[in-house]
Design a protein around this ligand. Structure first.
Ligand code: IPM
Ligand code: MG
Length: 368
């Protein structure tokens, strides 16, 4: 049997730096666990624009459709702010999500014990936190038509459209219920059914799917604004949260900060199963390209490393190896290793991006 294939798209800003650490981890699995991946690398975002005049070359898109999983770093940067909207770095990422039809975006927010003091919330609010946000990723206001900036009378009007079909809601709801069954068996669905028709439909469809197929799972509903408030007040009330594309974008950043740093949060974007049974998949850290610290060796590679752990679990059926990698990260943090983002103001004792990667690899070796 041939090796599983991975397409690595480091992207912009800190993307290449954090991805270099993931490469060390991938190499470790090849050398130590008989888990060798066929790795290829390509451009996305501003880096692709610089080379090809487009944030995602058609050849790269085609490769992404063929591999078993895509690992992406980050896209964007101030250098590209002046570009036309259609070729902005983010368009490359959105095209990947859309054309691969990665409708279910899993964003776990987990508070590592060693970091419970670092959250801006009180320790007892976040210690032991383990929630999963399931964000719809291929529809809603990110892609709805009509969209654009138009002339209307003597002024311009900016339009975006929130649009959801029943089947789009149903499939992401199913993926949330399936996940909940493997975790705490609870789903909270968030929308704004009090002001949006798409929210009313969302609530109806989630309720129907629940009654017909997942009545064993506990389901609740919340307006997304109240959900944001509850996430800050007592996040441990949640197990799985399922929500739309835009609310999921906002709520997952908020949830990320509960854990102490955006530098800690991985994500998996999953689509329908391919011919080989594996889901279409793209893994990326939730953090952005952080242009302010790019190239300085300050970035935290953990979110990207944990994204690879999610790839082991969701694409390659290697749950035990994913556990091993997550435990290695936990061990390194417990031993006191901190990149600058995990130290706040007094970042003097911070280790570099590559020292963090080396520490994780050392902890992997120690786990054998
Ligand atoms: C995210 C990001 C993206 C989004 C951007 C980079 C297009 O914020 O993945 O959360 O808005 O989806
Ligand atoms: Mg975001």
């Amino acid at each position: 049997m041939s090796n599983p294939s991975l397409l690595i798209l480091p992207g912009d800003g800190i993307g290449p730096e954090v991805m270099a650490e993931v490469r060390k981890v991938i190499d470790w699995y090849g050398a130590n666990r008989d888990l060798t991946f066929d790795v290829s690398e390509d451009l996305v975002g501003g880096a692709a624009y610089d080379a090809h005049g487009t944030p995602l070359h058609d050849d790269t898109m085609a490769k992404a459709q063929e591999v078993d999983a895509v690992l992406l770093g980050a896209v964007g940067g101030p250098k590209y702010d002046v570009l036309d909207f259609s070729v902005k770095p983010e368009r490359g990422l959105l095209r990947l999500r859309k054309e691969m039809d990665l409708f279910s975006n899993l964003r776990p927010a987990q508070c590592f014990d060693a970091l419970a003091d670092f959250s801006s919330l009180k320790k007892d609010v976040v210690a032991g936190l383990d929630i999963m946000i399931v964000r719809e990723l291929t529809s809603g206001i990110y892609f709805g038509e009509p969209r654009g900036i138009f002339e209307e009378g003597n002024e311009r009007v900016g339009i975006n459209t929130q649009r959801y079909t029943e089947s789009e809601i149903a499939r992401v709801a199913r993926s949330a219920f399936e996940l909940a069954r493997k975790r705490g068996n609870k789903v909270c669905s968030m929308e704004k059914a009090n002001v949006m028709e798409s929210g009313i439909l969302w609530r109806d469809v989630v309720t129907e799917i629940h009654q017909a197929e997942y009545a064993d799972v506990e389901l609740s509903h919340m307006y997304a604004d109240a959900g944001a408030m509850q996430l800050c007040r007592w996040p441990k009330q949640f197990d799985v949260i399922v929500t739309d594309n835009l609310f999921g974008d906002l709520l997952s950043d908020a949830a990320a900060m509960l854990t102490g740093s955006l530098g800690m949060l991985p994500s998996a974007s999953l689509g329908a199963p391919m011919a080989n049974g594996r889901p279409k998949a793209l893994y990326e850290p939730v953090h952005g390209s952080a242009p302010d610290i790019a190239g300085q060796g300050k970035a935290n590679p953990i979110a990207c490393v944990l994204s690879f752990a999610m790839a082991l679990r969701y694409s390659f059926d290697q749950g035990a190896e994913a556990d091993r990698l997550e435990a290695a990260v936990e061990k390194v943090l417990a031993d006191g290793a901190r990149t600058a983002d995990l130290l706040g103001e007094e970042g003097a004792s911070a280790i570099s991006t590559s020292q963090m990667g080396d520490a994780i690899v050392a902890a992997l070796t120690a786990s054998l």
